[in-house]
Design a binder for this molecule. Structure first.
Ligand SMILES: Cc1cc2nc3c(=O)[nH]c(=O)nc-3n(C[C@H](O)[C@H](O)[C@H](O)COP(=O)(O)O)c2cc1C
Length: 436
């Protein structure tokens, strides 16, 4: 690839919009390596390899990039936790498990821009002195696994992965590891157990993965979207990135919008975009112009917002925290005024009950109890007092489990009841009358 082929089209394409498309640029055929290269692809890797590894980490740290896997943890800071002087092998694990209901954004990167992910993996490995990286992909993503493997083969053939990358003395091998359909294997320590060939039981932390990760060795786990941002940061600089979107949670975010909207889909928008703009401007508004009853802003485990609470809400970590929710994975689930909230809670709870690994008693038993209570309600045999019982069970799960699946199951139940008590009471009484 000659210098002249490098354009700024990739990594920061604005297109006909005022803001950049960093991880999903609108360039046809970008999944092919020739197209990626001819738009400047792998130019950031070239730049990174000419820098000191610590300077690469510093750039990511300065950019303010935060993890896109749910917790919005600062990425550069996470990378600094990896020990520099160690005899042990170090690992990078990319989380492509994407099993949270309402979350379907990482697969867009895998399908339409896999080379930017691969480029990000190689840059991250270089920065942290890692020679082995895994992409842990959910079992159901067979199609996306094939696309990624095809892209990896291309990257190896052109010397962007494997031994002596771009003629340097840096080498990293990248392996795809397929999951077998378990949500818990998206939790970072469950993921590592699964890569090690064991049952996906989350580990007690500390020790954290940077000390005791894969096979007891230092490991960094990052989400697909997080790592796909890295080449753009290296190419355009930390200052450029830090000025996009919300100051404390900069960059673009992929918002996967589903539910009762006219045009569901994944939209790459600056962080801090108004939730109402996402729903009405980008996702085409609510089907049949109905009112909104509830929106879950960040995937099914995040606290829901009331339809009359959406005005002025911005989609970034701080803003959502201020209104009692969280940005999670940016999976926006919109429910119209006719939505039966008992059915929603039952559906969501059934998922977490099914996916609970069973290791911690509060989660194993509590998810089952909540499911039974909600089934009873849904059958028309519920009582208004059951709402308090559900909150009690949820409170006994929250914070009392090894991993955050416990919170993921407690929050939707607890916050939906707190925020929609009147509607739920009416629904229980209506269903009881119907059943009588
Ligand atoms: C039950 C559970 C499931 C999770 N699933 C995913 C997932 O599918 N993808 C993901 O990136 N993070 C998932 N996470 C978060 C990861 O544990 C981890 O924080 C994340 O991969 C770190 O990447 P980031 O710092 O780039 O966001 C999950 C967490 C929990 C508790």
């Amino acid at each position: 690839m000659s210098e002249t082929t490098i354009t700024t089209k990739l990594y920061a394409q604005g297109g006909d919009t005022a803001f950049p498309k960093i991880v999903l640029p609108e360039i046809p055929g970008l999944a092919k390596i020739e197209v990626y290269e001819s738009n400047g692809g792998y130019g950031a890797l070239k730049k990174a390899i000419g820098m000191q590894p610590d300077a690469v980490t510093d750039e990511v740290k300065k950019s303010g990039l935060r993890g896109r896997g749910g917790a919005a943890f600062p990425t550069g800071l996470k990378w600094t936790f990896m020990p520099k002087q160690t005899e042990k092998p170090k690992y990078l694990a990319i989380n492509a498990d994407e099993s949270e209901p309402g979350s379907f954004k990482d697969r867009q990167i895998l399908e339409f821009n896999p080379h930017q992910l691969i480029e990000g993996i190689v840059i991250a490995s270089y920065a942290m002195g890692i020679r082995t990286a895994y992409v842990y992909i959910r079992g159901e993503y067979y199609k996306w696994m094939k696309i990624l493997q095809g892209a990896l083969d291309e990257a190896y053939a052109r010397g962007y992965a494997g031994e002596n990358i771009l003629g340097s003395n840096f080498s990293v091998n990248i392996y795809i590891h397929r999951g077998a359909g378990a949500y818990i294997c998206g939790e970072e320590s469950g993921l590592m157990e699964s890569i090690e060939g064991k049952r996906g039981y989350p580990r007690v932390k500390p020790p954290f993965p940077a000390q005791n990760g894969l096979w007891g060795n230092p490991t960094t786990i990052n989400n697909v979207e997080t790592i796909a941002n890295v080449p753009a940061i290296l190419w355009n600089g930390a200052d450029w990135f830090s000025k996009i979107g919300a100051q404390k949670h900069p960059g673009t975010l992929l918002f996967g919008v589903s539910g009762h909207v006219n045009s569901p889909g994944v939209f790459e928008l600056p962080s801090g975009t108004l939730l109402t703009d996402i729903i009405y401007k980008y996702a085409g508004g609510v089907i049949g112009e109905k009112k909104i009853k509830m929106v879950i802003p960040g995937g099914s485990s995040m606290p829901p917002l009331r339809g009359d609470q959406l005005e002025g809400v911005r989609m970034d970590a701080e803003s959502l925290k201020n209104v009692g929710s969280a940005v999670g994975t940016g999976g926006v689930i919109v429910m119209d005024e006719d939505t039966d909230l008992v059915k929603v809670l039952l559906r969501v709870t059934k998922f977490y009950w099914h996916e609970s690994c069973g290791q911690c008693t509060p989660c194993r038993e509590g998810t089952g109890w909540m499911r039974k209570i909600l089934e009873r309600m849904n059958d028309g045999n519920g009582k208004v007092e059951d709402l308090d019982l559900l909150i009690r069970v949820a409170n006994n799960i929250e914070g009392n489990t090894i991993c955050a699946l416990g919170d993921a199951t407690a929050w939707p139940v607890k916050f939906t009841i707190q925020r929609f008590r009147k509607e739920l009471e009416e629904e229980i009484l209506r269903q009881a009358r119907t059943a009588a």
